[in-house]
Design a protein around this ligand. Structure first.
Ligand code: EPZ
Length: 420
């Protein structure tokens, strides 16, 4: 198993190109199941979660070539609609094939994802919505067995909670359903918006894109044809590099970024004393004279993203005063707290709120990654800590950050990827 060895404190400088968004690429690859024609997608990040989804597609009978950042995929000959446990257990987002497989083929089986490191994460809202669209859903031997022999029927669906992959699954299902669906309380994340835009470009009539209410006119199982398109930049990867610059008091330029997707993140960086200048698809972070404490409460987009909570906790260790971080989306997304404490951070955790006192001179130590974003927080803390920080179990990082250690190295960090 590999680990990252970071010698800090670091000072960064230069330019880093942001990769395509993993969480936009996953649903858009799933959406190609709605087509029986070849489709080309560009700017796909080279990360493990994408390779896992493609492994699942291979099992379904899909034909594809994934080279550099371009995927050409042909789902004409799909002859299997079962997403097996061995793949779903390694990546919950495999659930994204449920809506499109059911919509196109009228049946599918998807292993039920279990709990995970950041919380219980049920899929009840995905299943309830599909039932409202006429699907018959049974749980058998750990699998969701879904059937809709006559195809899915458009329906009015009110999501009890805002769910990102839940919205994406039902949007894809509605695209091929019979008649009109009205989806209320839909997620507004940029990744959901891009999915709607691409479906719309493929001929599905969708009103309300970017709002919490969508009206989708389904094609009644007529497969879609996608023109080539490119995945949007990864706002969470971008936010992580902005934090890397902020925590090391460095100036860094990000390219291939969508500044408008990062408003909540840049607002907090301003509050912490940093200055950010954006122009077109690039952003420059100028460091604070002294980082100041801040308060964060995670929320659905356009609120502050839960996927940036851990990185800002690392940042708060270096900010002067008391920072308060409330996690409102996932009940257990604080696994990084005890690892940050190993580096010397002063964090008091009560319920879903962490209170930090800073600044603290962190001291390098061995720490363990627990989930994707928690891992990047440990890397950020390692950049600020003095001495050597070894971050173990970095397969979590590989799931969602393309070439993290090469990118940080090119910015001047002393970071090595080593074998245990
Ligand atoms: C997506 O997960 C992202 N994953 C996550 O990114 C991200 O943290 C999350 O949205 C929130 O922004 C992908 O896009 C692949 P949710 P998702 O359904 O869709 C509850 C990362 O690090 N809920 O929006 O699984 C749920 O338990 C990952 O890249 C139900 O109760 O999250 C949670 O409390 C991690 N029932 C809340 O809703 C359901 O049926 C939001 O979860 C579905 C969700």
């Amino acid at each position: 198993m590999d680990y990252l060895s970071i010698t800090g404190p670091s000072r960064l400088q230069g330019e880093v190109a942001i990769s395509g968004a993993k969480n936009a690429a996953l649903p858009l690859i799933a959406a190609t199941l709605l087509s029986d024609q070849p489709c080309t997608i560009e700017n796909i990040p080279q990360v493990a979660d994408i390779r896992t989804l493609l492994k699942l597609f291979e099992k379904l009978g899909s034909k594809f070539i994934f080279e550099e950042h371009t995927l050409t995929i042909d789902n004409e000959a799909i002859d299997n609609t079962i997403a097996t446990y061995d793949i779903v257990k390694t990546m919950r987002a495999s659930i994204l094939v449920l809506g499109p497989l059911l919509a196109r083929f009228g049946r599918c089986e998807v292993s039920l994802p279990g709990g995970c490191a950041i919380g219980q994460r049920p899929i009840d809202l995905h299943l309830k919505a599909l039932e409202q669209m006429g699907a018959l859903i049974e749980i058998k031997n750990g699998y969701v067995v879904a059937t809709a022999p006559e195809g899915l029927q458009g329906a009015q669906i009110i999501f009890d909670k805002v769910t990102v992959t839940g919205s994406e699954n039902i949007i894809m299902a509605a695209a091929l359903a019979r008649g009109k669906s009205v989806l209320i309380n839909v997620a507004k994340e940029p990744e959901v918006v891009q999915l709607c835009e691409i479906l719309s470009a493929a001929g599905v009539s969708i009103e309300g894109i970017g709002t919490g209410e969508l009206t989708i006119h389904g094609t009644d199982r007529t497969p879609l044809t996608f023109d080539p398109f490119a995945i949007i930049p990864d706002r969470i990867e971008a936010g992580t590099y902005l934090c890397a610059a902020a925590i090391t008091y460095s100036s860094v330029t990000l390219t291939n970024v969508r500044p408008d997707h990062l408003d909540a993140v840049t607002a907090k960086l301003h509050e912490a004393g940093c200055r950010i200048e954006s122009e077109g698809d690039s952003m420059v972070l100028y460091p604070a004279a002294r980082l100041k404490a801040f308060e964060i409460s995670t929320a659905e987009y356009p609120g502050f993203p839960t996927d940036m909570q851990a990185q800002f906790m690392a940042l708060a260790t270096q900010a002067e005063g008391v920072s308060i971080i409330e996690e409102r989306l996932f009940e257990n997304r604080f696994m990084h707290v005890s690892e940050l404490q190993r580096l010397g951070a002063s964090i008091h955790l009560k319920g879903n709120t962490a209170t930090l006192n800073g600044p603290i001179q962190l001291l390098g130590a061995d720490v363990m990654a627990t989930d994707l974003r928690a891992s990047s927080a440990l890397v950020l803390a390692g950049l600020a800590a003095s001495g050597v920080t070894n971050v173990h179990r970095i397969y979590h990082l590989d799931r969602g950050y393309e070439a993290l250690h090469e990118k940080l190295k090119s910015l001047g960090a002393k970071i090595e990827r080593l074998r245990e």
